[in-house]
Design a protein around this ligand. Structure first.
Ligand code: 3PG
Length: 215
């Protein structure tokens, strides 16, 4: 499984918060049924690591990552649990070094030129741009991308079906992250058919966008 290629092809990373362990596998399966075998489980809840373990065992085809990773110890635990990529809200050099040394794709959050330069110094070429809506959206992303021609971004935060293609239109965008196809509300309500439907819509939007521009 080439993780970076899978994410680049799908152009989407669903960001998921699992509050109860029993929600983990059905949420993963709903995303899979919707056509998106990618999932970032955020380390924001007590059961997040167990959720990663359960999904890794029961849905081995999912390109499973851990999000909200803020230190190296968390990255290690997430990888031991079965995460195959790491996403951070910010740039923690120790986390990045651990991932790079172990060949684990890592996407640190960067919203300033200085942070991007620190990521570049660690050999990182794809960064998370978070929270994208607060830090200036596509306009800021384009301005940041201008001097860093080799850097690609994963805008996340405030992305939804209305602005998805606006972000994808930016040449420096690698993929887009978001929770809108798998909201905590739907997960908690066990509304897996809605998660599946919203995921399908998101995938279709990406396909239409790709077809429109011959990408
Ligand atoms: C994240 O952790 O990446 C964000 O919470 C996702 O943002 P969203 O919920 O606005 O999509």
């Amino acid at each position: 499984m080439n993780i970076e290629q899978m994410i680049k092809d799908a152009r989407l990373i669903p960001v998921v918060v699992i509050n109860r362990l029993e929600e983990a596998v059905p949420t993963a399966q709903a995303l899979q049924r919707g056509g998106l075998p990618i999932m970032e489980v955020t380390l924001r809840t007590d059961c997040a690591l167990d959720a990663i373990k359960a999904i890794a065992i029961q849905c081995p085809d999912i390109c499973l990552g851990a999000g909200t990773v803020t230190c190296e110890a968390q990255a290690r635990e997430a990888v031991e649990a079965g995460a195959r990529f790491i996403v951070s809200p910010g740039l923690d050099v120790a986390t990045v070094r651990y991932c790079v040394a172990n060949d684990i794709p890592v996407f640190p959050g960067c919203v300033t030129p200085t942070e991007i330069m620190a990521a570049l110094a660690e050999g990182i070429r794809v960064v998370k741009f978070f929270p994208a809506n607060v830090y200036g959206g596509t306009k800021a992303l384009r301005a940041l991308a201008a001097p860093f021609v080799d850097v690609r971004f994963i805008p996340t935060g405030g992305v939804n079906e209305n602005n998805l293609t606006e972000y994808l239109d930016e040449p420096a965008v690698f993929a887009v992250g978001g929770s809108y196809m798998c909201t905590s509300k739907d997960i908690e309500a066990g509304n897996y058919s809605r998660i599946e439907a919203l995921t399908k819509n998101a995938i279709e939007a990406v396909h239409a966008w790709k077809a429109g521009e011959n990408r």
